[in-house]
Structure formats: structure tokens, C-alpha cells
Ligand binder design. Structure first.
Ligand code: G16
Length: 541
């Protein structure tokens, strides 16, 4: 069987490539929505080949730009078990996306077929979903044409959160063993598992959730209906009808980066709040302390809360040989890493930024807790751990309770990808079980002061990050200058890396005081701007 060049040519003509260079980045292709039409077509083609490579298993395609502004869009592919696209295929994605002619496109496809020894006679199945961005509908149509060009079958699942698409993909490929392959099935699975942990325990005060005016808002409202009296939740920033409001002065990224509350909240001491991002794959929690100061409970705090709770349960349940590990990135606060290593005594592994990297590192543990500081993460349970939780018989009530909670957690926590709604319920279930307030949770350790900035440069690809993003190998000499500055500050730490989702270079700085962290970040930003192609307004400092 060979590729139908005439068919590809006919459909490709509807989606001509623009004079833009595309790269499959941290979370797939991501740029302005109006330059993505041809990219979507090429991703449709690739999804078909990926499905054929997996003998017809379902591949997911999510159209979203997650935390980015409403005008952006993007696409990421989902593997049959719900993980992100295998990294070895990202180069293929980039080659196809940059093919400007049918000949180049077909050559790229033939190369993949040959290298991956794909049997073109295999069937191909792709499911697609999108977030609330206005450009989503047309981009879904372009991707659909790509799938059709290679004779694949595509099913449009409409509006979903990113983790819901990952969940449904896995359900379909496991013949329902992972759950019912529908949005409703997702809510039911999460709600049932949550109830198994919290029923009969005293309730917490209401949780106010910033929906970032994205798809997470209606999704949480639907989930809440399944929880009725078990979780009191108020969704704020739920205007998905006004496209421009998406992630605007709201959402997990705005709150984490700015270390301040989003619009739409009259924050009072004692209020418990959380923020989702635009496609509901990230969450951070926050509150005001008694003095009214804004306090953030980010991905590091979620990870330590989950790891310590699960470790306690494993001990109580007396399940032998379960190793718990934690995966972080360079953005993890130095205090969080120290707390995990020294107090929790849990091994920590570092990876480059991007949940696709953390996910695979977490798979090496029986219980792998992975969270980026920005609130993107989950907890993975190995098949052996899940089996052990189900086959161990408890002899005491406490042991039986711990085992049942562990079993419920394996259903509650999305095993495919970081999931804001699943993480929300996990955190609430832990806090209910421990009868813990946000401030008690926060008191586990104190964050070092930090600052995250971005600098626009003429070519961010000149910046090459190495050693799990902690250092730069290029541009030559820049790392030495950063090291020199770090050494001037108590607990000073700074690193620079090119973003994979925005056309900027990110600068992270940490130090003993906020003023020092701000100053260190400003100095490093200034060096980059002045000597490495800064564009636009020079950062202050
Ligand atoms: C995506 C990735 C995250 C990453 C974030 C920022 O999040 O899934 O793993 O931390 O981008 O990446 P970068 O610093 O390279 O721009 P999301 O929520 O936007 O999909």
C-alpha cells in the first residue's frame, strides 16, 4: 500500500504553508492561532501514522494553547495510554509542519513510514477536542482534513479540558478498563473516588475557584454536580463567552508568576481559593493569612502534601516494597527540595521543564509524584503498586482504611497527565482526611523568595539549556556571567531557558529576601537584553 499523493495534494491545497518556521515545543505546537492552519493539517497526517504504528489504537489530538492568551492556539498529540507524544516523533512533527510543498510533505511522510516500518494497511483512529479559543473550530477542521488525507477515521469530541481528552483516549484503548470513555464517565469516576475518601469526615469551608474564563470553569461546574454535598465549590471567572477574557488577569499562570490574586476575587483572610489555567491541566491554591497577605500554595506544595500523605498511608497499610519518589524541575523552590530530601526523606529526581519529561521520570517509581512549580503534575502508581493495594489484606481497621484510601487515590488521580480537576479533588481529599487548613498546609516549609521574568529576544533558539535547564551551554559566556551574579546573593540561584510555549526567554531567580530575588532577576534580564539580542523595552534593573 502506498500514500495517495493526489488526495494529499488536493487537501493540502486548502491549507497552504505560510512563511513561518514551526517547532514542536514544550507542549506541542504553540503560536498565534491565525498561523496554525497548515500545522494542524500536518499534525492530522502525523496522528494517522502514529495510530497505524500502534496498530490502529486511538491517538488523541488536543487543540489548545493552555495558559497562553486567547489569540494563541496550539496542538498536542496524545499517545494510546494517555501520555504526551513520544519524543522521538517530535522531530517528524516539526519536519511535516515545515514542508511547504506536496512533494516535501510526501517525502517527509515516506521517510517516517520507512524509518518506523509502518504498515500503511493498518487502520487509523484519531479523536480530537479543543478548548474555548475562537480559532479552535477552524483548526479542528484543518486537522480533520489531515486525517482524511491519509484515510484515517476522526471523531470530534468537541469542547473538553486537555486532561479529559487524555482520559478518554486511555479509556478507549483499554476497552473501558480505565473508565467509561465519555466526559460524564470522567466526572463519575473522579466523584466516586473522592466520595470514597471523604464521606463521613467533617467538611471544609467552601473553595473559591478561578476558572481563568476557560473550559475548566464549566467542567468544574459539571463535576461539582456529581459531588453535591461532598464538596462546596464556587466557580469564579467562568465567562467563556467573552473570548478575550481567557487567562486575562486570571488563571494559574497569572497567579503563580505575579504572586498575586486574580481579578474577580475579594480576598478575605480565611478564604480558600484556587486557580485553574485555560485548559485545566494546571492548578495552584492560594489564600490570605490573618494579616491579609496573599499566600501561594504552588505545585511544590501540592507535591509535598501528596507525597507525605501517600507515604503515611503506605506505612499504615503495611504494603511492603513500595518506593515513593518525587520529580521536580529547576523551578522547584530550593526550600521545597530541601524539605522533600531532609524532612520527608523522599528521593528527588530533576528533569527539564515540560510534563512530558517529568512523567517518564515518575514512572520509574512505584509511586511517582511529579509536579512543576507552576501547578502542572500528577501522581503515578505503577501496576505493581496498584496490584499490591488490591491484594494486601488489612488486619486492623486503620490498615483497612489506609488500603481503601490508597485504592481510591489510584482512581481519583489522573494517571495520564497533570489534571487540575483531579488534583483539586486530591488536595481537598487530603486536607479533609488530615483536617488541615491552608495555613497549616503552608507551614510545612517556607519558600525562599523567588521571581520569574521573561525577556523578548531576537532569536530565543540561540539559548540552549542543559543539565535539566539549570545551565546554558549557549550563548557562549552567558552562564559564567549568571554564576558571577548568583554568588553575590545569599541563597542566590538563577537560571535562564528559552520558553517552549512563548517567544521569550525565561529568567528565574531565587534568594533569601524578595528584594534580592527581584534584583537578581532584574540583573540577569538586563544582561540578556543588553548583550543577547533584547527586543522592545529594556527590563528595569
Ligand atoms: C506547558 C507545559 C508545562 C510547562 C509550561 C511552560 O504548560 O505543559 O510543562 O511548564 O508549558 O513551558 P515553557 O516555560 O517552556 O513556556 P501549559 O499549561 O501551557 O500546557
Amino acid at each position: 500500500m502506498t500514500l495517495d499523493k493526489a488526495k494529499i495534494n488536493g487537501l493540502f491545497a486548502k491549507h497552504p504553508k505560510l512563511d513561518v518556521t514551526y517547532t514542536y515545543g514544550t507542549a506541542g505546537f504553540r503560536t498565534k492561532g491565525d498561523v496554525l492552519d497548515s500545522v494542524m493539517f500536518s499534525v492530522g497526517l502525523l496522528a494517522v501514522l502514529r495510530s497505524k504504528k500502534h496498530a490502529g489504537k486511538v491517538i488523541g489530538a488536543m487543540v489548545t494553547a493552555s495558559h497562553n492568551p486567547a489569540v494563541d492556539n496550539g496542538v498536542k498529540l496524545v499517545e494510546p495510554m494517555g501520555e504526551m507524544l513520544a519524543q522521538s516523533w517530535e522531530t517528524y512533527a516539526t519536519v511535516l509542519a515545515n514542508a511547504a510543498t506536496t512533494d516535501a510533505l510526501v517525502a517527509g511522510l515516506e521517510d517516517i513510514v520507512k524509518k518506523e516500518q509502518i504498515d500503511l494497511a493498518q487502520p487509523a483512529n484519531v479523536i480530537i477536542a479543543r478548548d474555548t479559543r475562537p480559532s479552535g473550530t477552524a483548526l479542528v477542521a484543518a486537522l480533520t482534513d489531515g486525517v482524511s488525507a491519509l484515510g484515517g477515521k476522526i471523531t470530534d469530541k468537541g469542547l473538553l479540558t486537555t486532561p479529559q481528552l487524555h482520559y478518554i483516549t486511555r479509556c478507549l484503548n483499554t476497552n473501558g478498563a480505565y473508565g467509561e470513555p465519555t466526559e460524564e464517565g470522567y466526572y463519575k469516576k473522579l466523584a466516586d473516588a473522592f466520595k470514597r475518601i471523604v464521606t463521613g469526615k467533617p467538611k471544609l469551608s467552601p473553595l473559591y475557584v478561578d476558572g481563568a474564563n476557560g473550559i475548566g470553569a464549566p467542567a468544574l461546574q459539571k463535576l461539582a454536580k456529581h459531588l453535591s454535598s461532598d464538596l462546596s465549590v464556587n466557580v469564579v471567572n467562568d465567562d467563556t463567552a467573552t473570548a478575550s477574557k481567557l487567562n486575562l488577569k486570571s488563571g494559574a499562570d497569572f497567579v503563580k508568576v505575579g504572586q498575586k490574586k486574580p481579578d474577580g476575587f475579594d480576598l478575605k483572610p480565611g478564604m480558600r481559593c484556587a486557580s485553574l489555567d485555560g485548559d485545566a491541566d494546571r492548578i495552584v491554591f492560594w489564600y490570605a493569612n490573618q494579616e491579609g497577605t496573599f499566600k501561594l500554595l504552588d505545585g511544590d506544595k501540592i507535591a509535598t502534601l501528596a507525597a507525605s500523605f501517600i507515604m503515611e498511608l503506605v506505612k499504615e497499610a503495611k504494603v511492603p516494597n513500595i518506593n515513593v519518589g518525587l520529580v521536580q524541575t529547576a523551578y522547584a523552590n530550593g526550600s521545597a527540595t530541601a524539605y522533600v530530601k531532609d524532612t520527608l526523606q523522599v528521593p528527588v529526581v530533576f528533569t527539564a521543564t515540560g510534563v512530558k519529561h517529568l512523567h517518564h521520570a515518575a514512572e520509574e517509581f512505584d509511586v511517582g509524584v511529579y509536579f512543576e512549580a507552576n501547578g502542572h503534575g500528577t501522581v503515578l502508581f505503577s501496576p505493581a503498586a496498584i496490584k499490591a493495594f488490591h491484594t494486601t489484606d488489612g488486619s486492623t481497621d486503620a490498615q483497612k482504611r489506609a488500603l481503601e484510601t490508597l485504592r481510591a487515590l489510584t482512581d481519583l488521580i489522573n494517571q495520564t497527565v497533570g489534571d487540575a480537576l483531579s488534583d483539586l479533588l486530591m488536595v481537598e481529599a487530603i486536607l479533609v482526611s488530615k483536617n488541615k487548613s491552608f495555613s497549616e498546609w503552608d507551614s510545612d516549609y517556607s519558600d525562599l523568595a523567588s521571581r520569574l521574568e521573561k525577556v523578548t529576544v531576537s532569536n530565543r533558539l540561540e539559548f540552549v539549556a542543559v543539565k535539566a535547564d539549570t545551565e546554558l551551554s549557549k550563548p557562549e559566556g552567558l552562564q559564567a556571567k549568571i554564576n558571577q551574579q548568583m554568588a553575590k546573593f545569599k541563597h542566590g540561584r538563577s537560571f535562564v531557558r528559552p520558553s517552549g510555549t512563548e517567544d521569550v526567554v525565561r529568567v528565574y531567580a531565587e534568594a533569601a529576601t524578595q528584594a534580592d530575588a527581584d534584583l537578581l532577576a532584574a540583573i540577569v534580564c538586563g544582561i540578556i537584553f543588553d548583550h543577547h539580542g533584547g527586543v522592545g523595552t529594556r527590563p528595569a534593573g
